[in-house]
Design a protein around this ligand. Sequence first.
Ligand code: NAI
Ligand code: MG
Length: 352
Amino acid sequence: RTHSIAVLPGDGIGPEVTAAALAVLDAAQERFGFTTERTDVPLGADHYLSTGELLPDATVEELRGHDAILFGAIGSPTVTPGILERGIILALRRQMEQAINLRPVRLYDGVPTPIAGLTPERCDMVIVRENTEGAYVAQGSTVHAGTSAQVAVQESVNTWYAVERAVDFAFRLASVRRKKLTLCHKTNVLVEAGKLWTRAMEEVGARYPDVETDYVHVDAMCMHLPVNPERFDVVVTDNLFGDIVTDLGAVVQGGLGVAASGNLNIAGTGTSMFEPIHGSAPDIAGRGWANPAGACLSLSMMLGHLGEGEAAAAVEAAAAAVVAQLPALAGAEMGATTEELGRRIADLVRDG
Ligand code: NAI
Ligand code: MG
């Protein structure tokens, strides 16, 4: 079996954690007997500053020809904040129709969490974030800019097309897990969008009679997720709430450095992309202090997506085992460099 993979290391610690993940991929290939063809795609700050290009159409077409994309992180202090993030990540998610942002929130055995008394048995959920619209369509307008009369309108777009497919994906996922799906929204205040999401839960839910549903307001979610995580199996939510709640999920599971995600094209019209949820961390870039676990767990998700289930499970277990041994989950206090941790995870994958 051969899989073609586009590798987008990006900026800052992106290339550092991606290199560690690729060493783990090498080990997985050796052990499980598949191969990959890898294409390096140089998107990010350096490419933008030297060419003025963010995400050229030709690059999008090239990415379409691959079975999966492994992404590091993007963002640099040398570029006005937002240009790279909107011009590359958000654009890629939309153009590649990566409808779903899938975020497992799983506390692994031995990984410290700031939440007292939390155990792995209680914390194992998946957050399904709608990935293409909501408030992130970047539509809006400002009048009287710079004056005391300034007014900003920031729109949130919610279509049946995108919401129904996100909700359907979440039901399907719940039906092969613990059969419970929670809608997270703010339907009491965001009434119009709320009606659409609630309708989707009801209509799509009729097709999944064995999945139990419930509803939690996003503010209450911020209390329940750390305090009663066992309450959740699959959580479906919109783009903005999902962005926020998944960072909270990352804290519960041990920090930004260990959280993974998949941007999934579920229509077969584009390529899915897997990335750690952290950014380019310019504050620690170049020091070898980045935790590669999130990148390795994203690799695991990518392998599952490619049908390499055994390799996916081995990489997940190895990353979890190595993270559990660290004295701290980030910075110099980890006691090992990014590269060294990648090598340890790779060794565990190779040795079985
Ligand atoms: P960040 O996630 O890069 O860093 C936040 C904090 O967590 C920093 O103190 C950083 O050192 C630490 N951290 C992050 N990942 C770590 C890891 N693997 N190991 C150890 N420590 C880690 O978020 P920040 O600082 O808000 O953004 C930096 C840049 O990244 C910005 O340009 C931002 O727009 C961009 N960004 C890009 C994302 C992406 O590529 N998908 C996602 C989030 C932010
Ligand atoms: Mg975020």
